[in-house]
Design a protein around this ligand. Structure first.
Ligand code: GLN
Length: 248
């Protein structure tokens, strides 16, 4: 199952964040330490979104293993950002493998990622999808559960729902419609990050000026804290709040 991470804090180079650590996202693509829920490697694509300044993020995503792309390694070495969301993908059986199926999904300032699976796809979520504008369904990035989850979250954000609530409501609704789903979502606008933990692992490492949320710790720093299952994390660079995942 995919691995994802989000960082907020002082600018760091993408290489330092994603490629250099001993258990970096790069390494997690071929040797993850935790692959509950099936899959062995995360080789069906990857994506990196970063905020070069105060404006909208830049996004790079490809349907190939991250270790096979020499361009991103070079770009990462010369690019720094104070807000980043990145993911490596292990496609769920039967789901499209193409650039547009790799996280992060994006709109405006938003970047989004999903680690997990919607059980009973697609029948289980037809009632939820049916509540979306037809246009949203016709313009899904890809025919995958993750792209539909993004459409459900985005629909709430567009209606002015706060990000933590948009994520919590989506997880609650999908978990009810498709029991047994794994719904670790990550959403950021470059200033705050919201993450749900529902079925997969997530760890947080906070310093006084930065926060890093990741499917698995990328080094042996004792500062990593696992987030319990069925919880929601809301963080800025300087503050982390963890609470039970209930509809708010
Ligand atoms: N089910 C999603 C996909 O196929 C996410 C996969 C994952 O977490 N491995 O893209």
């Amino acid at each position: 199952m995919c691995r994802h991470l989000a960082y907020l804090g002082p600018p760091v180079s993408l290489r330092e964040l994603l490629f250099d650590p001993p258990y970096s996202l790069l390494r997690q693509s071929w040797a993850p330490r935790d692959m509950r829920g099936g899959g062995t490697i995360n080789a069906d694509g990857f994506g990196i979104g970063w905020y070069p300044g105060d404006g909208e993020p830049v996004r790079y995503r490809r349907a190939q293993p991250i270790w096979t792309d020499p361009t991103i390694a070079q770009v990462a070495a010369v690019t720094s950002a104070g807000a980043v969301l990145a993911a490596v993908r292990s496609a769920t059986v039967g789901m499209a493998v193409r650039d547009e199926a790799a996280a992060p999904f994006a709109e405006g300032r938003w970047l989004f990622s999903h680690n997990g699976v919607v059980r009973g796809w697609p029948d289980s979520v037809v009632p939820l999808a049916g509540a979306l504008p037809v246009r949203d369904l016709l313009t899904l990035d890809a025919v995958t559960d993750s792209a539909l989850l993004w459409a459900l979250v985005r629909h709430r954000l567009r209606a002015g729902v706060k990000p933590a609530r948009a994520v919590a409501e989506t997880v609650t609704a999908v978990a009810a419609a498709a029991p047994g789903s794994r719904l670790n979502l990550l959403l950021t606008d470059g200033r705050t990050v919201v993450a749900s933990v529902a079925g997969h692992a997530l760890s947080v490492r906070a310093t006084p000026a930065s926060v890093l949320l990741a499917s698995e710790p990328h080094d042996d720093d004792p500062g990593w804290r696992p987030v319990p299952d069925r919880h929601l994390v809301e963080a800025t660079a300087t503050e982390v709040r963890v609470r039970a995942l209930v509809e708010t």
